[in-house]
Write a protein that binds this ligand. Structure first.
Ligand code: AMP
Length: 468
C-alpha cells in the first residue's frame, strides 16, 4: 500500500509535498520520495529507504527546487523492499521528464512486463508501476495525455496515480476507484493532490473534492481541467480502507473514516454482545473508534488496558534471547490494574494470521483478566488482496482454512465474534455494490492472476491452544 501526493503552483512545492507525506506515513513505511520540477522544466528526485523523517532533511529539501512536485510513501505489495523500487519513478521522456507515483496494484503487470521485455524494454525495478512507464513511452499517440490513456487502457487492477509530464501535473483514478485520491486548493492559488484528507489538513489546503472512479485531471498554470474519463466500470471502493488502512481523521469515499469505524463497533455490539463483561478496550490505535462504538452500544465501560509504544521502528535489534520472541511485547504492554480479576471484551479491527492476537490474549490473561471475549469489527479474511493491501498468502490467512471455533481455540479466548459482511456494509452505508470486499467475500472484481501469492488452499497447522 502507498500514499501519494501532488503539488502544483506554489514556490516550495517539495516542502508542501513533504508535509503531505508526513501525514501519509501510515500508508507506507518502507521508503519515501519526492520529485520536484522547476520553472525551467528540470526535474530532481530524492528517494530513500525508511520513514519520511529519515529520508528528508533540510538540505535535501533545499535541493528539490520547483513549483511542481509529487511524492510517495511505499509499503511494497509487489516487488521487493529495495531502493530501486522506491517511488516516484523519474524517467527521461520525449516531452521532458516524466515522473509517476502509484498507489494500488496492477493485476496484469506480469504478462505485460513479459511482453515488454520480449520487445526489448529494459526494466530498472521489479515493481508493477514501472510497466506503466514503458507502456507510456511505447505509445504511438502524439500527445502525452493520449499516451497516458493508451497505457492505462492496457493495465488492469488498482491505480490512483499522480504523474508529471514536464511541468504538467496529472491525477488519475482507475475506473473502479479502489484507492482514494483528493484534490485540494491552497490559499495562494496552488493545488494539491493527496490520498487522504488528513494530508490536505497538514498541507494547509482546503478540500475541493474527491477524485471519482475513472477520472483524469490535468493541473497546469493554476487551472484544473477534466480530461476524457477512463472507460466506465462499476465503482468498487476498497472497504478495508475504511476498516483499517486510512486514518480516522480522514474523509474518503464520501465518508468520515471515524464515523464508519464507530458504526462498525456498534454493529459488532449488536451482533455479538458480551453481556456480563466488566469493560471493553481496543487494540490501539487501529480499533480505537470501533471499541468506542461497541462500548456505547453495549453500555459497557471503555477502558485503556493496552498501552502502545509509538517508537517501535521497523527493525528492532533484540538485545536478549528472551526478547527474541516478544514482538508483541515490544509494541504493547497491559495495564494490570485495569485487567486484574476482570471479564473483558477486546475489540480489534481485523484478524489476519492470528499470531499477534494470540500473543496479545496471552498477555491479557497473564495480566489477570479472567474471561476474555474477542470481537472483530470485520468479517473473516478468507482471500488475499490483489489491489494493493498487503495481505499474506491465502494459506497464511487463518480464516481461509479454519472455522470460527478453531480460531477461538487457537487464540485462547472464551468467546470470539466476527462482524458479518452484512454488518460491515450497514456500517459503511450507501450502496454495498459500490465496495470491493473481495478479501472477505471472494468476489474479486477483476480477473486475478491465479493465486500468485497464495498457491492452493492449504491447511496451516495451528499451535496448541491455551487452556480456556
Ligand atoms: P494477527 O493477529 O496476526 O492476525 O494481526 C492482526 C492485526 O493486524 C490487527 O490488529 C490489524 O489491525 C492488523 N492488520 C490488519 N491488516 C493489516 C495489514 N495489511 N498490514 C499490517 N497489519 C494489519
Amino acid at each position: 500500500m502507498c500514499g501519494i501526493i501532488g503539488v502544483s503552483g506554489v514556490p516550495d512545492a517539495s516542502r508542501v509535498a513533504y508535509l503531505g507525506l508526513y501525514s501519509l506515513q501510515h500508508r507506507g513505511q518502507e521508503s519515501a520520495g519526492i520529485v520536484a520540477v522547476d520553472p525551467a522544466g528540470d526535474a530532481r528526485l530524492h528517494r530513500g529507504m525508511g520513514l519520511v523523517s529519515d529520508v528528508f532533511a533540510e538540505d535535501v529539501l533545499a535541493g528539490l527546487a520547483g513549483d511542481v512536485a509529487i511524492g510517495h510513501t511505499r509499503y511494497s505489495t509487489t516487488g521487493s523492499s529495495v531502493l530501486a523500487n522506491a517511488q516516484p519513478i523519474l524517467a527521461n521522456y520525449r516531452d521532458g521528464p516524466l515522473a509517476l507515483a502509484h498507489n494500488g496494484n496492477l493485476t496484469n503487470a506480469d504478462p505485460l512486463r513479459a511482453d515488454l521485455v520480449a520487445k526489448g524494454s529494459i526494466f530498472q525495478t521489479t515493481s508493477d508501476s514501472e510497466v506503466l512507464i514503458h507502456l507510456i513511452a511505447r505509445s504511438e499517440a502524439r500527445e502525452p495525455e493520449d499516451q497516458l490513456l493508451d497505457a492505462l487502457e492496457r493495465v488492469e487492477g488498482a491505480y490512483s496515480l499522480v504523474v508529471t509530464v514536464g511541468r504538467t501535473l496529472y491525477a488519475i483514478v482507475d475506473s473502479r476507484g479502489f484507492r482514494p485520491l483528493w484534490l485540494g486548493r491552497l490559499g495562494n492559488g496552488g493545488h494539491v493532490l493527496a490520498s487522504e484528507t488528513c494530508a490536505l489538513d497538514l498541507m494547509g489546503a482546503t478540500p475541493v473534492r474527491e477524485i471519482g472512479p475513472g477520472e483524469f485531471l490535468r493541473i497546469q498554470d493554476g487551472e484544473v481541467d477534466r480530461l476524457p474519463s477512463l472507460p466506465a466500470k462499476p465503482a468498487r471502493r476498497c472497504i478495508f480502507e475504511l476498516v483499517y488502512f486510512s486514518r480516522p481523521d480522514s474523509t474518503i469515499f464520501g465518508r468520515s473514516v471515524d464515523r464508519v469505524r464507530r458504526a462498525l463497533g456498534r454493529e459488532l455490539a449488536r451482533e455479538h454482545p458480551a453481556s456480563g463483561a466488566d469493560c471493553v478496550f481496543s487494540v490501539p490505535d487501529s480499533s480505537n473508534a470501533m471499541a468506542l462504538g461497541f462500548a456505547e452500544e453495549a453500555g459497557l465501560k471503555l477502558e485503556h488496558a493496552l498501552i502502545r509504544n509509538h517508537y517501535v521502528g521497523r527493525t528492532f535489534i533484540n538485545p536478549t534471547q528472551a526478547a527474541r520472541n516478544a514482538k508483541v511485547k515490544i509494541k504493547f504492554n497491559p495495564v494490570r490494574e485495569v485487567l486484574a480479576g476482570k471479564n473483558v471484551v477486546v475489540v480489534d479491527d481485523s484478524l489476519v494470521r492470528g499470531t499477534t492476537s494470540r500473543e496479545l490474549v496471552q498477555m491479557i490473561r497473564q495480566a489477570g483478566a479472567v474471561e476474555v471475549h474477542f470481537r472483530l469489527a470485520s468479517a473473516p479474511i478468507t482471500g488475499p488482496c490483489y489491489y494493493g493491501i498487503d495481505t499474506p498468502t491465502r494459506s497464511e490467512l487463518i480464516a481461509s482454512s479454519h472455522s470460527v471455533e478453531e480460531i477461538r481455540r487457537h487464540l485462547g479466548v472464551d468467546t470470539l465474534g466476527y462482524l458479518s459482511l452484512a454488518g460491515m456494509r450497514r456500517a459503511a452505508g450507501g450502496d454495498p455494490a459500490e465496495f470491493c470486499d473481495a478479501c472477505f467475500s471472494g468476489d474479486y472484481p477483476t480477473a486475478i492472476p491465479g493465486d500468485v501469492r497464495g498457491g492452493a488452499r492449504q491447511l496451516v497447522p495451528l499451535q496448541p491452544a491455551l487452556p480456556v
